[in-house]
Ligand binder design. Structure first.
Ligand SMILES: Cc1cc2nc3c(=O)[nH]c(=O)nc-3n(C[C@H](O)[C@H](O)[C@H](O)COP(=O)(O)OP(=O)(O)OC[C@H]3O[C@@H](n4cnc5c(N)ncnc54)[C@H](O)[C@@H]3O)c2cc1C
Length: 393
């Protein structure tokens, strides 16, 4: 996967041009984690997920750029950018109209068309190409064309009652992404709920300070902070020193932020400073974290204690056992709200995403054992049920 993700591959290693490679990857890997390469395939996958009982779907357009700190190189969209340049498209970041931003805007608006009220759009802002990424890498806001594109996307989502989760990406780009998303929250999260969410990567040592600054902005300026909390997916490419030293530290940070938000107490917020309006979204496959968060939310709601609205999500093709365990707890109040998050796009566009799933699944052997045991128990239960049913007859 790592080799296939590199730019400028020859015909044999190009997943979009080599039909044999394309067919093998599609059946073995792509269909496990991705929704489809076109509108018809994507629509069918969304229907399948909703039929399973999920509260909705989170859909992403796959185009993105990953910055590898070790080699100082960019992967992913770099390929498309070179192709566009070859075709004579405008690539100069200073130009008023950038073809890459326009292609990303169109792809993202197409994604919104697949979604219904209650669904979520997830966006990877680095998919918009070099001009945007250059600004993000300096912690700056992107060109006006991109700000306008995001405003149009958020407006359209709000009209359709779809919410927007802005993905957390490589640290190289993340300061600019956080900044733009906070500005969008200032505009769109003014009606007592979050249309736009930032992703807070709990594995970062800097995350508690970032979150404190964003809670302060929401509290002072009176908007709802959309908080999608994740552990973080870029350990293989980001600077190691920026990430907590141990998995336990990351776990404590993730659980501390999620449980703090549910209790409406994080640092000074909720004690000496009033806790602002927050909508929480926990994106995790970690059973202990999500179950503990759901229990805490239930306890506080039942006891009439203050808390915040919360949603849960797992990735399409991963940890179904966690998703279905949460769904099985669904009460008459409709909680927990559980979503599956999928990605659509040509196979070449999905490679960086698929590479992260490959790495994560290599680390997820323990979870696979849990799922295997759960499947065995379910098979036993069904066989037993079938047997007693047959003997009753
Ligand atoms: C719906 C959804 C959306 C997501 N969106 C994003 C996103 O926008 N941005 C993003 O970055 N990620 C995103 N992720 C991925 C997520 O950040 C995690 O990489 C992944 O889900 C695994 O973490 P976990 O919470 O499921 O739990 P676990 O599997 O228990 O934790 C694994 C994680 O712990 C951390 N970790 C592992 N070893 C160490 C170590 N030695 N030291 C410190 N930390 C360690 C890493 O973050 C690793 O990914 C998303 C996940 C989901 C389910």
């Amino acid at each position: 996967m790592s080799m296939l993700s590199k730019p400028n591959r020859g015909f044999l290693l190009d997943v979009d041009r080599n039909p044999i490679l394309h067919a093998i990857l599609k059946k073995t890997f792509y269909e496990q984690f991705c929704a489809g390469e076109n509108a018809a395939e994507t629509k069918a996958t969304i229907k399948q997920l909703k039929d399973m009982g999920f509260s909705g779907v989170i859909m992403t357009y796959a185009k993105e750029t990953v910055f590898d700190h070790r080699t100082n190189t960019q992967q992913g969209l770099g390929v498309a950018a070179v192709d566009a340049e070859k075709n004579g498209e405008k690539m100069d970041p200073r130009l008023a109209h950038c073809a890459n931003i326009e292609a990303w805007r169109k792809g993202t608006l197409d994604t919104v068309e697949h979604l219904e009220a209650g669904d979520y759009l997830a966006v990877k802002l680095t998919g918009a190409g070099p001009a945007v990424n250059e600004a993000f890498s300096k912690g700056d806001l992107p060109p006006t064309q991109m700000i306008d594109a995001m405003s149009e996307i958020c407006r359209k989502c709000k009209e359709r009652n779809v919410r927007v989760l802005v993905d957390g990406e490589s640290q190289h780009f993340q300061w600019g992404i956080l900044r733009l998303t906070l500005d969008l929250m200032r505009t769109f999260n003014r009606d007592g709920y979050a249309v736009v969410y930032n992703s807070y990567q709990a594995y970062l040592k800097s995350m508690s300070n970032t979150l404190a600054a964003h809670l302060a902005a929401a509290q002072k300026e009176g908007f709802t902070l959309g908080m999608k909390v994740v552990r973080g997916a870029y350990m293989a490419s980001d600077e190691r020193a920026l990430i907590h030293d141990t998995k336990e530290d990351t776990d404590n940070a993730f659980n501390g932020i999620s449980q703090g938000a549910l209790k409406r107490t994080i640092g000074e917020f909720g004690t000496t400073i009033p806790f602002p309006s927050v909508n929480l979204f926990l994106a995790s496959h970690n059973r202990e974290s999500v179950m503990a968060a759901h229990q805490l939310h239930q306890q506080r709601t039942q006891a009439g204690l203050p808390t915040v609205p919360v949603g849960f999500a797992q990735l399409h093709g991963m940890s179904d056992e966690v998703s279905f365990s949460l769904l099985a707890l669904k009460g008459s109040d409709g909680s927990p709200q559980v979503y599956k998050c999928s990605t659509w796009g040509r196979m070449g566009e999905c490679l960086a995403y698929l590479l992260r799933r490959a790495i994560e699944n290599r680390d997820a052997v323990l979870r696979t054992t849990d799922e295997y045991n759960a499947l065995k128990a379910e098979l036993k239960r069904r066989l037993k049920g079938g047997f007693s049913f047959a003997t009753q007859k």
